[in-house]
Design a protein around this ligand. Structure first.
Ligand code: HEC
Length: 222
């Protein structure tokens, strides 16, 4: 087959697949692709907890109960007193986020105790999350809050008490990005004709992308 007619075949095949795509989506059921998720499956994924506590499960856990959960499932990585072990993060203590080496702990960083619960529930203990019961997550959350001096020794965490814990960095987050989406003002009338627009400069050849190999001092844009 001549090269030219071959390329026409390729174009024809591409056109066919574009035309066929919507029909395939429509007939997904017919092809037996996927299943409709059950309410139970959706509930398994919808575990998000809001700052005001919406989504927190039933159950409760005390600082005292959390002591044991923490010792058994967290201390190996985060240290007996939350001081961090090896390269694993420190969880407890004071510090500053604003220095050259920000000191991130539950006390200095986390804005809501409910978000802390959510994080522990979905991500810890690393690397096998979801092995703790809601009571155990409540307990260990109470325990690490206590390690940070944010709740008393007799604190019991549940869906009523956790949203009421005042975290020191609560107001340290900027929830609304103040920057505009674009610095240009959209032209709505008498705009320049697209044909008159000429590209006068591109990023090509300007070495704007940092190199990703080699020592750091040569990895910066030139
Ligand atoms: C095998 C080690 C390991 C174990 C066990 C473990 N963690 Fe972690 N933890 C990590 C690592 C690694 C990170 C950082 C994860 C990241 O940044 O993506 C982390 C992060 C955290 C953070 C966030 C720290 C921050 O401020 O960024 C919290 C809170 C936390 N873990 C709590 C717990 C609790 C509670 C347990 C026990 C139920 C636990 N972890 C068990 C390794 C561990």
């Amino acid at each position: 087959m001549a090269a030219r007619s071959m390329s026409n075949w390729v174009k024809f095949a591409a056109l066919l697949s574009v035309l066929a795509a919507p029909a395939m989506a429509k007939n997904a059921a017919q092809f037996g692709v996927g299943t409709t998720p059950t309410q139970e499956q959706i509930a398994g994924w919808a575990i998000g907890i809001r700052p005001d506590g919406q989504g927190l499960p039933d159950g409760h856990g005390s600082v005292k109960d959390g002591d044991e959960v923490y010792a058994n499932t967290c201390a190996a990585c985060h240290g007996t007193f939350g001081e961090g072990a090896g390269r694993y993060p420190r969880l407890a203590g004071e510090g500053k986020l604003t220095g050259d080496r920000p000191e991130q702990t539950i006390q200095t960083y986390w804005p809501y105790a409910t978000t802390l619960f959510d994080y522990i529930d979905r991500a810890m203990p690393f690397p096998t999350p979801h092995v703790l019961t809601p009571d155990q997550v409540y307990a260990v959350t109470a325990y690490v809050l206590n390690l940070n001096g944010l709740v008393g020794d007799d604190f019991v965490a549940d869906k009523e008490t956790l949203p009421k814990v005042q975290m020191p960095n609560r107001d340290g987050f900027i929830w609304k990005d103040p920057r505009p989406d674009t610095y240009d003002t959209a032209c709505m009338s008498d705009c320049v004709s697209p044909d008159a627009i000429k590209i006068t400069s591109t990023a090509e050849g300007k070495s704007l992308t940092p190199k990703t190999t080699g020592p750091l001092d040569t990895a910066m844009p030139q």
